[in-house]
Design a protein around this ligand. Structure first.
Ligand SMILES: C[S@@+](CC[C@H](N)C(=O)[O-])C[C@H]1O[C@@H](n2cnc3c(N)ncnc32)[C@H](O)[C@@H]1O
Length: 333
């Protein structure tokens, strides 16, 4: 089966590293920084469960990408041949080319819609619920695909400033979770990372934020009920945590904007790195730290000065703001 997935911009390398935990032997046909097309024997239900994916699709057909109307008409021809078994009574069609929704000529659109209606027995509707078929073209990929969008499980709304489910899952996956891990997020905020870490077995999952009492009321249910330990420690000293007690830190320290830091940024980052160095396992400690891109070099310097080596850095966007993910550890995998 051929699948098409969309994920947060800039996380292509992280997705490529993590996808094997969810999909059997993915054979990647195309990848860019926010999407991937791959072949796999994995069932669609497994693909639908990948937590870092925003949208996933089964590819039904593909044709050479030329003039858009020509390619859409060619897709319509392939659908007549195929036969589709839709799961809803109604459907609609979207055209998503080079990252944006586009319109196509009436004739081409009509041919594709009629072809889908004939092949699936579904009724075309302009909007609303129902099955979504997407004609998708990606820059530098020479095929136009017809895809069926998967119905992914709904997710609880996020608190303002919280990191998305998709990015949180990716950062947790990048930390290479192990069942014997003591996991810590010392700047845990709304609990996005501790919550994402619940999907993998762990010895302990520790949330800490100096503003715990204020934030607690807005926690999603899973964070309140799911076997997480809560602390309100200052991340720069972590008095409740012993030396070397933590295997892995995944965190998103304050971005240093709007005077939210009690000291100059380099001083803050140095104190943070000193604190991480003290609590992380001396031999195998790992970390994934998300910082504003502007301060990435400074953060990298602070961490490496404490013997916390950077294995890889990934440029991502967080709610449109440039950010960098630093992945590393004592041994910098
Ligand atoms: C960028 S936010 C983290 C957001 C979080 N990743 C989320 O998705 O909700 C940084 C958090 O660090 C907390 N914080 C700031 N300084 C701290 C300190 N010295 N010790 C502990 N927590 C601190 C803030 O209260 C804030 O919740």
């Amino acid at each position: 089966m051929r699948y098409y997935i969309q994920f947060p911009a800039g996380t292509g390398e992280l997705v490529a590293e993590s996808i094997g935990s969810y999909v059997d032997r993915p054979d990647v046909v195309y990848a860019d920084d926010s999407s991937m097309i791959f072949e796999s024997d994995t069932r669609r239900s497994r693909v639908e469960q990948m937590p870092f994916v925003k949208n996933s699709f089964t590819v039904i057909a593909d044709v050479l990408r030329r003039d858009l109307d020509w390619s859409v008409e060619a897709l319509a021809d392939t659908v007549y041949d195929g036969g589709l078994d839709g799961y809803a009574d109604t459907f609609r069609v979207m055209f998503h080319v080079d990252g944006e929704l586009v319109s196509v000529g009436r004739r081409a659109r009509g041919e594709l819609e009629s072809a889908i209606a004939a092949a699936s027995g579904q009724r075309m509707v302009g909007r609303g619920l129902g099955e979504e078929y997407w004609a998708v073209g990606r820059t530098d990929f020479d095929r136009l695909m017809l895809c069926r969008r998967h119905m992914r499980p709904g997710r609880a709304a996020k608190a303002a400033g919280a990191i998305s489910h998709e990015l949180s899952s990716l950062l947790v996956a990048a930390s290479r979770p192990r069942r014997e891990d003591v996991f810590l997020d010392p700047f845990a905020g709304s609990g996005s990372f501790t919550n994402a870490r619940l999907s993998f077995p762990a010895k302990r999952i520790v949330y800490s934020d100096s503003e715990l009492e204020r934030l607690r009321g807005d926690f999603p249910e899973a964070v309140r009920e799911g076997g997480i330990e809560f602390l309100a420690d200052d991340a720069l000293t972590l008095p409740s945590i012993g030396d070397g007690e933590v295997d892995v830190i995944v965190t998103d320290p304050p971005w240093g904007e709007y005077g939210e830091l009690p000291m100059a940024l380099p001083e803050f980052l140095d104190a943070m790195a000193r604190s991480f160095d003290r609590v992380l396992d001396r031999e195998h400690g790992r970390f994934v730290v998300l910082v504003a891109r502007m301060v990435a070099d400074e953060a990298e310097r602070a961490l490496t000065n404490r013997g916390l080596a950077i294995g890889s850095a990934h440029e991502v966007l967080v709610n449109g703001h440039p950010a960098t993910v630093l992945v590393g550890g004592r041994e910098a995998a």
